[in-house]
Design a protein around this ligand. Sequence first.
Ligand code: B12
Length: 309
Amino acid sequence: MTNVVAEPVAPMSIASVERDSGLPKDTLRVWERRYGFPNPLRDKQDERLYPADQVTTLRLLRRLIVAGHRPGKIVGLPDDQLKKLLEKVGGPDDQPTAYEAEPVLGLLRSHDAVGLRNHLNAIVLRSGLGAFASVTGPRLVEAVGSAWARGDLEIHQEHFFTEQFTTVLRSSISAAEGAGLPRVRPRVLFGTFPQEPHALGLMMAEAMFTLEGCLGISLGVQTPIPEIAAAARAHKADILALSFSSIVPAAQATTGLAELRNLVPGTIEIWAGGACPGLRPMPGVYVLRGLASIGPAIEAWRSRTNFTE
Ligand code: B12
């Protein structure tokens, strides 16, 4: 038998850790200051370098945060405790779990509306809304989209899935809103620009904001920019959360964001997210790359606005 000796893994820069863990650089720095973890080494230029074991822990933390855990309660816990918590939220690793795509595709092929709705609801109940919105839901949507692209599903089956999925996610968000958690600021208005018909990513983001206790108001998709601004003022929004998929050209996103920025008072922050590769931050416009960044971003908002409940 050959003994395999593992190569030592080189420490990673903050940019690589951001890419690897999905945790934004700002979050890594805030945690370091606030909780003493991560605790990176420094290179000759005094840049942060994260040892492999810390990167492993950060991956676990990210997955717990997208499942709804608060950084203040979990950053600093040893890995074995983090893994125990992860077992409760849907599987010990990043591999697809039992409740993934195949049963859903089967229900779609047999046009079983009640079965599909029950199945999706059961996933939410088993894994919790956070894990559904951030892990299982995106995987299912992706799987159904790919099955349609390969010709394994008809267009009507894909549309039917989207409707069922939307119903389950929307009713789970409403249930979470009514579950007795305190609803506090920031007050967040959700929407998309007129060119953007994709609604599911936005709704998944809304679920995460809801789990953070935010007050949410959704305009759904495809709202004219001046109307988004009017709604933001009417609802006294603190944050406008907008979703941009990969169909939106970068220039269109940038122009629209600049227009919206001019139409709303500076006290209202604009947070843009989604798969659009051309999204760029600008003054008063923050770019959030994934759902994992929502919790830390809200925490930062609450601390920079001196918000108290
Ligand atoms: C469902 C779907 C539709 C549905 C949408 C229904 C609905 N109610 O949402 C409909 C049928 C309307 C649709 C239409 C189109 N679609 Co479409 N659609 C999809 C599909 C299958 C799923 C999209 C989706 O919901 N993804 C799942 C979510 C979870 O991903 P996401 O949006 O990126 O969101 C995640 C993150 O980005 C983030 N996030 C998103 N928003 C926000 C916001 C904030 C604030 C934060 C923090 C995070 C965040 O969180 C989410 C969870 O991780 C994808 C294929 C796929 N595999 O993704 C194609 C896809 C996106 N569509 C595509 C296209 C081309 C179109 C059309 C242009 C097709 C056409 N020729 O007509 C039209 C749009 C026409 C128009 N302009 O009106 C392409 C885009 C390719 C490209 N790069 O250009 C894709 C990738 C399919 C493909 N492979 O070709 N589509």
